[in-house]
Design a protein around this ligand. Structure first.
Ligand SMILES: [Zn+2]
Length: 109
């Protein structure tokens, strides 16, 4: 198995975990709220926490999907700024990186 294939199966596994988590959060959010006012208030702030967790999971899902798409296109590992190789070391540290270190520094500065 190549590194890219290993990464792909890792990402696919992570993606299904995240999707299961989002589905669980959705059903928690939809669970009927109690009629008691005090309990309702604490449930509502709990909902905000759940929504925060959901949106960070959704962000990660979006990133993973775009990496998987790049792997399928064979463009994974190429900088989307200059087209050069991002480099194995940088990708190992930042699997979602789409820019090489030079382009990333240009964007950051
Ligand atoms: Zn670049």
């Amino acid at each position: 198995m190549t590194d890219t294939e290993a990464l792909k199966s890792q990402l696919e596994q992570r993606l299904s975990e995240l999707e299961a988590r989002v589905a669980g959060l959705e059903s928690d959010l939809r669970a009927a709220h109690s009629q008691d006012w005090e309990e309702r208030a604490s449930e509502i702030s709990g909902d905000e926490v759940l929504e925060g967790l959901e949106s960070s999971a959704m962000d990660e899902i979006t990133k993973i999907r775009s990496v998987l798409k790049r792997i399928d296109d064979d463009s994974y590992g190429a900088c989307s700024g200059c087209g050069k190789d991002i480099g194995a070391e940088r990708l190992a540290a930042l699997p979602f990186a789409v820019l090489c270190i030079q382009c990333a520094n240009k964007v950051a500065s």
